[in-house]
Design a protein around this ligand. Structure first.
Ligand code: NAP
Length: 304
């Protein structure tokens, strides 16, 4: 079963392998005949209506859209989408926004609007600028690798110790304060789990250096938005870039839209490419049918 809106998929590709592709919300189907499901955020309770599932394929790198469902059949392997294109797009987004902030581009945009020739030095060179990845998994380490050539000081925080070239590794709760104290830019790329929900709050912001920036490309549930606005308004934080929000789509009355220190984008840091997703689904189905182990199976008790 494929997500709603995927009418343009080449059904013959599945037929050639002896499968019929059914598009949710569009095609009639007998729930007993569905063996594989792919999607991003199915309605809670839906997965348990499919009694003969062999595997579930998440079309996003994050699986919180599945794990929020208390009735998710936990014995069925849940596979997450790990795609180099998606990881590079995430990295492009972060590199772009770090460089816009680091180079003070907003100042020059404002000067150009006034046809005003105003020069300004960088606040500090990149070698003295510290960027920390909150989460140093597939995406966090791709972002770090993309930032490396610019000569920033890079670090990452994860549950387990990591060896990533050019990146200082901090691990576990006990090392979080030391990690935060040395982040001029904090980039959140954590999965949303019980342990990480609301992690970016007033207490965490107070541990960042004055003038730090926060970039959230993970999930809106990681961030207490009111605490961020308070930390920006007090002058403790210099700016924020947000791609994900507590409520999506974000309503027009949300103060985030018009906040002068926030850049907000509508969850587009990386959108799943349908062609890559189809290749991923095809590969997973082939593996499963031939009895080979599936890659990137989520540990549902850990939550990622
Ligand atoms: P991943 O490879 O599973 O990496 C997750 C990282 O977070 C790992 O380093 C892990 O540490 C760390 N972590 C998890 N829980 C932790 C905890 N309680 N304390 C400390 N570290 C913890 O995931 P990924 O592929 O990089 O994706 C990360 C997230 O990005 C996804 O879950 C999704 O929410 C988000 N995302 C957003 C977009 C977008 O368009 N905005 C697109 C794609 C993905 P260990 O390695 O030690 O386990």
């Amino acid at each position: 079963m494929l997500p709603p809106g995927w009418a343009a998929i080449p059904r013959e590709r599945f037929a050639a392998h002896g499968f019929e592709a059914v598009i949710a919300d569009q095609d009639p189907y007998d729930p007993e005949t569905i063996h594989y499901f792919s999607g991003f955020r199915p309605p809670p309770g839906f997965m348990k209506t499919l009694p003969n599932l062999k595997a579930i394929f998440s079309l996003g790198a994050g699986v919180d859209g599945f794990l929020r469902d208390p009735d998710l059949p936990r014995h069925v392997p849940l596979v997450r989408f790990v795609d180099p294109t998606l990881m590079h797009e995430m990295a492009q987004y972060v590199v772009m926004h770090v460089l816009i902030a680091h180079r003070g581009q907003r100042f020059f945009d404002a000067a150009q609007k006034e046809s005003s020739w105003r020069q300004r030095m960088l606040a500090r060179p990149s070698r003295d600028t510290r960027i920390g990845m909150l989460g140093l998994g597939d995406i966090g380490s791709t972002i770090a690798a993309s930032l490396l050539p610019f000569d920033f000081q890079l670090s990452g925080w994860s549950r387990s110790r990591k060896t990533v070239p050019g990146v200082k590794s901090f691990a576990g709760e006990s090392e979080l304060p030391d990690f935060l104290a040395q982040c001029d830019y904090l980039v959140c790329v954590l999965p949303l789990t019980d342990a990480t929900r609301g992690i970016m709050n007033a207490k965490l912001f107070a541990q960042l250096p004055k003038g730090a920036w926060v970039i959230n490309v993970a999930r809106g549930g990681h961030l207490i938005e009111a605490d961020l606005i308070a930390a920006l308004d007090s002058g403790h934080l210099a700016g924020a870039v947000l791609d994900v929000f507590q409520a999506e789509p974000m309503g027009p009355d949300n103060p985030i839209w018009q906040h002068p220190k926030i850049t907000a984008t509508p969850h587009i840091a990386a959108l799943t490419d349908q062609k890559a997703a189809l290749a991923f689904i095809g590969d997973c189905v082939a593996r499963s049918e031939s009895g080979r182990a599936l890659d990137h199976v989520v540990d549902v008790t850990r939550g990622y």
